[in-house]
Design a protein around this ligand. Structure first.
Ligand code: 0RA
Length: 686
């Protein structure tokens, strides 16, 4: 528990109850925010933003701002009504303090109408407070500015008025610093924040979400640390560090954006928003000439990577409606089979977003919606309105049905081809590929396989490995982009064939996870754009055809170091720029110290005569191929020393569904994208 200094006034008794209230959060943070890694860290931001989004959805806030400040501070400001500061009738404490210090106290104030956006977030801002070394709440209300500060969830004084409101109107601001004793790292990632806020902006039409990156604007940041509502500082934020998201079209704009680089098979985006079974349902869809389906599902603005009942309801209604329409218009003859679910989903981009009072999530990762009434609700809403859309847009309808008939044909042809391939035993009984350097152990539970990019790195990995339990599969070039390929084409691709045989699980209907030959499959690619692309392709491949390898936790990404730092004889490896600088400083310090001692012992010289700089050599690794076998073993393969990142369903979903501009991690192209569009259109519907 935090040992904070006792506050001055009679605050001690209160302090104890607050601690008791938030104690479980600090004891088991994972229960509240999922993890204490980077995902959990960013959850803090989502949690605070969610509260402001609720205020926006209730019709009271128009603008929500996320400021990234130096030293890992984040500030979230909205122009809502301001959290009430007056004493709560039951608890006799300021409502603001209750919201900040009581679990699940979130939206229960102000009577009735206020809605909590539940789910994985929705745990309440008090959780953020408990997990922050410092949190400051500022409220503009009744023409005053009110402030309270907390240290690991403990108030450092009462809610106080600190003078007149600074900006016109009302609002709430929360500034916090995550607790480094809780989180494995506390560095916030701009692309992650932009991705999330863009997504939230699509899901909350009409609201403006703004990110200001002020991590390199010390003077401005200092003013905001004093007051989030400082009008002078507010007016001085440069446009170049500002990212604005606002979509009048909501999820229809989201679909348009997901399809912006694709050839379309339908002009108008279909969009509906309606209530059924007390659930608010929104669906947007548009057909493309692509092969793959993109379907993103959200419940209460939370992404459900594994879909759930809302997606199920969408699918049945879609298939049923299209078959009924095609029959009625004679596009399907009496003798023709019905279109299958697969046929009607090829090339389709869909967003389903529902708001439900009591969301239930299923599965290990809580990634799947379970409410049975959501299935009926979505099916009802979509069935009615999509049938009407087809009647009103006969040309789109014709093009959509044509597209589905074509994929039915292709499906039958592909099945025939695959059956031939599989019957011929293309995979079964085939010997392990020649390029695989297998391990000697036959016990999958101790074995691992590295998928290594390129022959030269493959060579180093083969000599550097522990052959007892480590197998190496070098992959040459870019593997086939499975996004566009059908299973018959994939099976003809040699790189992929090697991979499937090495895994041992087979593929498609024959897939059997029990036959996996290694407990850990480790992807090792270079730290450059090509490496990232190959990694994305592999993730997509695994997600599409071997998803259990991911959901059962067998897929990993190796984290080779970016730098080798040497001072004197000492060698260390660094995995980031920041770490490189730390190591360098540390090594130089310890060496300087060593030299001082040496000379003091010999000649009794003073400190001033010791050289300040000591030669260091820094090597930047551009690829795995630049490391010799020993280095590769030490840094990337040795279980005692290496860093591995386990691939999550979320990683795979991102790679699969939206790895273009929307989800890509390079900021520049997207920044440009946002900015050009921001200037071109008044209502930023991109
Ligand atoms: C309950 C009641 C009222 C405002 C809020 C909650 C509120 C909460 C948050 C959290 C972040 N920003 C927020 N803005 C407002 C106001 C009730 C009233 O004024 O009548």
């Amino acid at each position: 528990m935090p040992k904070s200094t006792p506050p001055k006034s009679g605050y001690t008794a209160q302090q104890i109850t607050v601690l008791e209230g938030l104690d479980p959060v600090r004891k088991r943070p994972g229960m509240y925010i999922g993890s204490t890694g980077p995902q959990g860290l960013h959850h803090l931001v989502w949690e605070v933003v969610d509260n402001s989004i609720d205020e926006a959805m209730a019709g009271h806030a128009k603008r929500i701002l996320v400021r990234m400040l130096p030293d890992n501070y984040v500030q979230v400001v909205d122009d809502g009504r301001g959290i009430p500061v007056d004493p709560h009738p039951q608890f006799k404490t300021s409502a603001l303090e209750l919201v900040m210090t009581k679990l699940h106290a979130g939206g229960k104030f102000g009577g009735g109408g206020y809605k909590v956006s539940g789910g994985l977030h929705g745990v309440g801002v008090s959780v953020v407070n408990a997990l922050s070394t410092l949190l400051r709440a500022e409220v503009q209300r009744e023409k005053q500015r009110w402030v309270q500060e907390y240290h690991r969830g403990v108030p450092q004084g009462k809610v106080k008025s600190v003078g007149r409101a600074q900006l016109p109107g009302t609002g709430t601001a929360v500034t916090f610093h995550p607790d480094p004793t809780i989180f494995t790292e506390i560095i916030f990632d701009l692309p992650t924040i932009l991705d999330h806020l863009r997504q939230q902006a699509y899901l909350t039409k009409g609201v403006t979400l703004i990110v200001e990156d002020l991590r390199n604007h010390a003077a401005l940041a200092e003013r905001f640390m004093e007051s989030a509502f400082d009008p002078k500082a507010t007016g001085a934020v440069p446009l170049t560090s500002t990212y604005t998201f606002h979509f009048e079209g909501g999820i229809a704009a989201f679909v348009r954006h997901l399809n912006h680089r694709k050839e379309l098979a339908q002009d108008a985006v279909f969009y509906v928003e309606k209530e059924a079974e007390e659930i608010n349902v929104e669906v947007a869809l548009q057909y493309t000439k692509d092969y793959k389906e993109t379907a993103l599902a959200f419940a209460n603005n939370i992404f459900n990577p594994e879909g759930g009942t809302h997606i199920a309801g969408f699918r049945t209604a879609l298939t049923r409606t299209l078959n009924a329409y095609a029959r009625a218009k004679g596009m399907l003859k009496e003798k023709d089979e019905n279109l299958t679910g697969e046929d009607v989903r090829e090339g389709l981009t869909t967003i389903v977003s529902i708001k439900v009072k009591d969301p239930q999530f299923e599965g290990q990762t809580k990634a799947k919606l379970g409410n049975p009434e959501a299935q009926t609700a979505v099916a009802t809403v979509l069935g009615d309105s999509f049938a009407a859309f087809l009647e009103e847009h006969p040309r789109d309808a014709e093009s959509i049905i044509g597209r589905c008939l074509l994929s039915a044909q292709a499906r039958k042809a592909a099945r025939a081809a695959r059956d031939t391939v599989l019957r011929k035993g293309a995979l079964e009984g085939l010997t392990l590929p020649g390029k695989l350097a297998d391990c000697s152990s036959r016990d999958p539970s101790v074995s691992e396989m590295f998928i290594v990019e390129g022959d030269s790195a493959g060579g180093s990995a083969k000599s550097g490995r522990n052959r007892e339990f480590q197998a190496i599969l070098p992959l040459r070039g870019k593997i086939l982009n499975v996004e566009r390929a059908r299973i018959d084409k994939m099976l003809a691709n040699n790189e992929i064939k090697s991979l499937i045989i090495a895994l041992g699980t087979n593929i498609g209907e024959q897939f059997d996870i029990a036959k996996l030959r290694y407990d850990r499959i480790i992807i090792a690619t270079d730290a450059d754009v090509d490496g990232a692309h190959i990694r994305t392709l592999l993730l997509t491949l695994f997600w599409r055809y071997f998803s259990k390898v991911i959901t059962e936790g067998h897929l990993y990404i190796a984290q080779p170091p970016l730098f080798r730092v040497q001072v004197g004889k000492e060698v260390r490896y660094a995995y980031s720029d920041h770490q490189r600088d730390d190591i360098l400083r540390e090594l130089q310090e310890s060496r300087k110290h060593g030299k001082t001692q040496e000379r003091k012992n010999k000649e009794a010289k003073t400190d001033e005569e010791i050289p300040a700089e000591i030669k260091a050599s820094i090597q930047r690794y551009k690829g795995l191929g630049e490391m010799n076998p020993e280095q590769l073993w030490e840094t990337t393969m040795d279980p005692e020393r290496r860093v591995l990142k386990r691939v999550t369903v979320d990683d795979a979903q991102k790679a699969d569904a939206i790895f273009d501009v929307l989800m890509g991690s390079d900021v520049e192209p997207r920044k440009k994208f946002i900015q050009t569009h921001a200037k071109a259109v008044k209502n930023l519907d991109i």
